[in-house]
Design a protein around this ligand. Structure first.
Ligand code: GTP
Ligand code: MG
Length: 370
């Protein structure tokens, strides 16, 4: 599936082919100048020169118009929207996430949802929606800082009895910077002191103007406490998703982003991954950030073992040789050996970076002592 030769890549990166060939050897890939390179290989080399992994950036910065493994439009299929909930402290983000999950989970599944997973899916009118349960604004700050864009739509939660607060503004800024559409959920409508008009009024200052007032922002009045408005909110999210035409090719190797990861006493490193394109299968060799391995087991958001996961699906995997970080990208491979080589190369580079940073710090420390 390679669309660039070693020579092409060298030219794009403005380097000698021999230098690229040497780097490839270090990664365990023996290639001649005219050999086609795999997408992952191209990305790893590019990354080595400080060019980011993300496809658009990759394409832009290298000016490659031969888009690496561009999807045939026929292969693109509709995928569920990935939704993040943001808002000021105590305005009800967690309660809303819980309410959505609990109202939408069927009887038989209820047992599974007691366990915590950083992302979950619900179904509304036969369509799925994926919610990311990231503490605070992590989905935008940490993940975006690392080049990962995972959110398709943001729900901005504003408590009807409190109005726009500092973190409401922050959330708006993050969503705007990421060019993610915003739906406003005016929460705590069950309260006596709820004043949704004031919330609308305050938000017009941020160009979030309701349709009733001539704008194009969707406002939904909800109560995370009693469930009012939750169906409407989900319907509106699906509407926005439809307008955005969210699609992905499920018929290729998977790539996506780490939502969260930890070391489990019994199971070893456990990572919740959000598949963004392609399909991931148990047994797939994988590189996740600076870690690698082979997917030993996959568990979905309701605690069931699954064998595969397609676009916009969150799953928890085991089988990695270490704990990756939230926001890290992952790619699955066909070849286990290659995954290991790439994983090890990335890990050793990370160690080197860390070493050089440590030595920098100690030199700075030294000077500050004088
Ligand atoms: P942080 O995670 O600390 O930023 O807060 P949060 O936005 O997740 O708010 P959380 O869901 O923890 O809710 C804060 C408080 O508001 C809790 O006591 C909730 O029970 C309450 N609350 C949330 N939603 C509603 C609602 O719709 N109505 C009422 N009356 N109370 C609510
Ligand atoms: Mg919370």
């Amino acid at each position: 599936s390679g669309t660039l030769t070693v020579g092409d890549l060298a030219e794009k990166l403005n380097k000698d082919s021999s230098e690229i060939i040497k780097k490839l050897m270090f990664l365990g890939v023996m290639a001649t100048k005219n050999e086609d390179l795999e997408k992952e290989t191209i990305e790893l080399i590019a990354e080595d020169y400080g060019v980011e992994v993300e496809e658009e950036v990759f394409v832009d910065e290298l000016g490659i118009e031969t888009q690496v493994e561009e999807d045939d439009p026929d292969q693109l299929e509709e995928r569920p929207p990935v939704v993040t909930i943001m808002g000021h402290v105590d305005h009800g983000k967690t309660t809303l996430l819980d309410a959505i999950r609990h109202t939408k989970v069927t009887e038989g599944e209820a047992g599974g949802i007691t366990q915590h997973i950083g992302a979950y899916q619900v179904t509304e009118n036969d369509k799925k929606l994926t919610f990311l349960d990231t503490p605070g604004h992590a989905a935008f700050t940490t993940m975006r800082a690392r080049g990962a864009q995972v959110t398709d739509i943001t729900v901005l939660v504003v408590a009807a009895d409190d109005g726009v607060m500092p973190q409401t503004k922050e959330a708006i800024n993050h969503a705007k910077a990421a060019e993610v559409p915003i739906i406003v959920a005016v929460n705590k409508m069950d309260k006596e002191s709820a004043n949704p008009d004031r919330v609308m009024q305050e938000l017009t200052e941020f160009e979030l103007v309701p349709e009733a007032w001539g704008g194009d922002t969707i406002f939904v009045n909800v109560s995370a406490l009693n469930g009012e408005g939750i169906d409407e909110l989900l319907e509106m999210l699906l509407l926005v998703a439809e307008v955005e035409e969210l699609k992905a090719n499920p018929n290729k190797r998977a790539r996506g982003t780490v939502v969260e990861a930890e070391l489990d006493k019994g199971r070893g490193p456990v990572a919740t991954l959000l598949v963004q394109e392609g399909t991931m299968n148990v047994g797939d060799p994988i590189v996740v950030g600076n870690m690698h391995g082979k997917i030993r087991a996959m568990v979905n958001d309701i605690g069931r073992r699954v064998k595969s996961a397609g676009p916009s699906t969150p799953v928890e995997i085991t089988g990695l040789n270490g704990v990756p970080q939230a926001g890290d990208q992952f790619v699955t491979f066909e070849d286990e050996k290659k995954a290991r080589q790439f994983g090890e190369a990335r890990a050793s580079r990370a160690r080197e970076e860390e070493r050089s940073q440590t030595s920098k710090v100690s030199i700075d420390d030294l000077f500050s002592q004088i």
